[in-house]
Write a protein that binds this ligand. Structure first.
Ligand SMILES: C[S@@+](CC[C@H](N)C(=O)[O-])C[C@H]1O[C@@H](n2cnc3c(N)ncnc32)[C@H](O)[C@@H]1O
Length: 184
């Protein structure tokens, strides 16, 4: 069950606009560097869709999809949608509502710390990625690094799995970590 109801989703949407713009720009720049023209990109735990809005402004060619457990978050994301190739769905990262091999890139920001079963969720991210696909998960740096790395090495090509600390511009300390892994 989602913990992001109506009031909490609206509060998050307002705070994220003030506090997280630098992180969304950093992630969108990362995805821009690795996504080929017209790639299918999924944002898992998209919340109010702010990362996809940033990505759409940097890369209007991408086919963007956002999924979130909270219908209220998806409602906020849909209300702000201003054209482009973007769609949103309510769904659980542990049972994604997409067929196998649907996406070239899967990204997730500040959501993994809420996933009840990281292993199950990461197996789903691998399932919906096409061969040669890439996953990028961003979260607070102290969130479940061992569990995430173990699952990524199990479901992705082990030698491609990396964890790095990232620091958006003007953030005084490295609060966030980025996990990367590739499918075969
Ligand atoms: C802190 S918000 C981050 C939202 C957005 N990614 C961002 O960076 O602004 C965490 C989001 O993860 C979503 N979430 C938590 N557990 C989830 C799950 N099992 N499946 C899909 N979304 C989930 C929540 O509903 C919430 O919208």
């Amino acid at each position: 069950m989602t913990t992001f109801g109506d009031k909490r989703s609206r509060g998050y949407d307002k705070r994220a606009a003030v506090l997280l713009g630098g992180l969304y720009r950093l992630i969108a720049t990362d995805i821009d560097a690795l996504a080929k023209t017209d790639s299918q990109v999924l944002d898992a735990g998209t919340g109010p869709g702010k990362l996809l809005a940033e990505l759409r402004s940097q890369r209007p060619d991408l086919r963007l999809h956002g999924v979130d457990l909270s219908p209220q978050m998806i409602d906020l994301a849909e209300r702000k949608r201003t054209g482009g190739h973007v769609d949103f769905s309510v769904g659980d990262v542990g049972a994604l509502p997409y067929p196998d091999d649907s996406f070239d890139v899967v990204v997730s920001s500040l959501s993994m710390h809420e996933w009840p079963a990281v292993n199950r969720a990461i197996s789903e991210l691998a399932r919906v990625l096409r061969p040669g696909g890439v996953v990028r998960i961003y979260d607070f740096r102290f969130v479940r690094p061992a569990a995430a790395l173990t699952a990524l090495r199990h479901y992705f090509v082990a030698g491609t799995v990396r964890r790095e600390i990232v620091r958006p511009r003007r953030h005084p300390i490295g609060l966030f970590a980025r996990f990367t892994a590739h499918t075969a």
